[in-house]
Design a protein around this ligand. Structure first.
Ligand code: F6P
Length: 541
């Protein structure tokens, strides 16, 4: 168990929570402290954070910082950056930070930059083919970290995307994913990227075989030009018949691999220069995480707040609400990053944990979420901290659109920002029944007592949120935003004393699936539990 769990600071935090934390009233704190916003906001590279609408005070923050020291966070952080084998169950270093470090600045940088240079030169070739009208569609076939990161980032940076290229991401073993796509592609103008760290993943291999069968059936000839592999398993890629392959290393975890050759679809979409900017943004956040004092360190503060909410307030989930349509896949990406990393129930030494770990992370782009589940955030019985992500300047100005639409689009951005600020304000402020009673209800039923209606129209308030503000969603800012979250997850993982870099929890289902596959063909249910046997018989009937 981490020395921090149950240690001096942990015990002090538990006492502090009972005495002050549970009852902390945000509005009272703002009323009594004119400097609360300044005191609890931080500027990190590319990301400004308003942490003032969180259920904490200076005392909480001081104790949380002590907790980080007790957990030996600075030493663990150094072990991460210097390539110590901190993924103990797999005996591996964890060096995604080296993938975005300048030449000469991190372990393995010669290998990293050799692959990066080759990858970006290849991306340029594909872009030139697109300019010439010879390639129109790029299909990335991968799943988990070989899909979520590149897909999320490619969508986020769409304003930077090559205008003659369409990017597609196929992940699910369900043929409903790839079939409609294949039905509208032209084999002569399509490039398939087969992305898999292991090159053994069932879903990816099945989709890769389907893509190759379709390509050949369409009369495709030059397989070498139309299929490229990205993997650490060069031999398996060669056995599949792929001649052009970009490699990476076992010290790159799947969910941290976007910065490696797994970023190829993004590099093709936005081009080498923007991809280097993306890496530079992440590196700037790495430097901040590595060198800023803990008290001014944004990933550290966010990770500690996560511990405060999960273990002391007992909040089981956190919602993320990016007010940018380009970040509509950000929550899905974070789910793998955080829940695959920190969804663990034993510590580094294998001892059962006595405290809760990863919260459920979920969300949608604003304002869409407001018209779906925000009702529950405002009036539901559970308190769910929300991370708002706001972007000051829109980048849809990069599209060639008539002048007549520019003003309305600029107005829409103002509306977007107003919505974002209003939601965190509403969550904090709430509304008492007395306040609701004083208002004229728009759809008041004549049969309902005004006091009853007022109770329905009141809001508990005092619901915590963080707002992260970017100047614009540029490649650089996106790189910094993602790295911020990687280090935040690392921080809470260190406090809990867990291995944030393995994922044994996905193995059992995979193994049982492999055992069931032949039974689905044969119908043999011998030795199966009654439920699985019954379902198997039903799906075969
Ligand atoms: O890149 P690969 O080896 O195909 O793995 C895909 C994903 O599968 C997992 O191993 C488990 O879901 C992830 O960690 C990984 O990102």
């Amino acid at each position: 168990m981490s020395q921090a769990v149950g240690g001096v600071a942990w015990t002090a935090l538990a006492g502090h929570y009972e005495a002050h934390g549970r009852e902390l009233k945000l509005q009272e704190r703002f009323a009594s402290d004119a400097a609360r916003f300044e005191r609890f906001s931080l500027q990190a590279p590319e990301v400004f954070a308003d942490l003032s609408k969180n259920l904490w005070d200076e005392h909480t923050r001081r104790l949380l910082l002590e907790l980080a020291q007790e957990a030996d966070l600075p030493a663990h952080r150094e072990a991460l950056f210097t390539g110590q084998p901190i993924n103990s169950t797999e005996g591996r270093a964890v060096l995604h930070t080296a993938l975005r470090a300048p030449r000469g600045a991190a372990p393995f940088c010669d290998d990293v930059h050799a692959v990066l240079d080759a990858l970006l030169a290849y991306a340029d070739t594909v872009r030139a083919e697109a300019d010439a009208g010879r390639i129109t569609d790029v299909v990335n076939i991968g799943i988990g970290g070989s899909d979520l990161g590149p897909a999320m980032a490619t969508i986020a940076l769409q304003p930077w995307q090559h205008r003659a290229l369409r990017l597609h991401f196929v992940s699910n073993v369900d043929g409903h994913d790839i079939a409609p796509l294949l039905a509208r592609l032209d084999a002569r103008k399509t490039l398939f990227i087969i992305a898999s760290k292991t090159f053994t993943t069932q879903e990816t291999m099945a989709n890769a075989q389907a893509a190759r069968a379709w390509f050949l059936a369409q009369g495709g000839v030059d397989t070498a030009r139309h299929f490229v592999g990205v993997t650490t398993n060069l031999k398996a890629a060669a056995d599949f018949g792929i001649t052009q392959t970009f490699g990476f290393w076992d010290w790159v975890g799947g969910r941290y691999s976007l910065w490696s050759a797994i970023g190829l679809p993004l590099a093709i979409a936005i081009g080498p220069q923007a991809f280097r900017e993306f890496l530079a943004g992440a590196h700037a956040m790495d430097e901040h995480f590595r060198h800023a004092p803990l008290a001014q360190n944004l990933p550290v503060q966010l990770g500690l707040l996560d511990v405060w909410y999960r273990n002391f307030h007992g909040f089981a989930s956190r919602s993320v609400a990016p007010y940018h349509q380009g970040l509509r896949r950000f929550a899905a990406y974070l789910q793998q990053l955080e829940m695959e990393s920190n969804g663990k129930c034993v510590d580094q030494g294998g001892a059962p944990l006595t405290v809760a770990t990863s919260p459920v992370v979920w969300g949608e782009a604003g304002t869409n979420g407001q018209h779906a589940y925000f009702q529950m955030l405002h009036q539901g019985t559970d308190v769910i901290p929300v991370d708002f992500i706001a972007v000051k300047t829109p980048t849809h100005t990069r599209y060639e659109l008539p002048e007549a639409v520019r003003t309305p689009l600029a107005d829409q951005h103002t509306k977007l920002l107003a919505n974002c600020l209003a939601q965190s304000q509403a969550l904090m402020q709430g509304k008492t029944a007395a306040e609701a009673l004083g208002e004229k209800a728009p759809t008041a039923s004549p049969d309902l007592a005004p006091e009853v209606l007022a109770r329905h129209r009141s809001f508990p308030g005092n619901r915590p949120s963080t707002t992260l503000l970017l100047e614009a969603l540029t490649p650089r800012a996106l790189g910094a935003l993602i790295a911020l979250h990687e280090h935040r997850v690392f921080t809470s993982g260190v406090v809990w004393g867990i291995n944030s870099f393995d994922q044994w929890g996905v193995e059992l289902g995979k193994a049982l699936c492999n055992q069931l596959l032949p039974r689905l063909a044969s119908g043999d249910v011998t030795g199966l539990d009654a439920s699985t046997a019954g379902l198997l018989a039903k799906v075969r009937a």
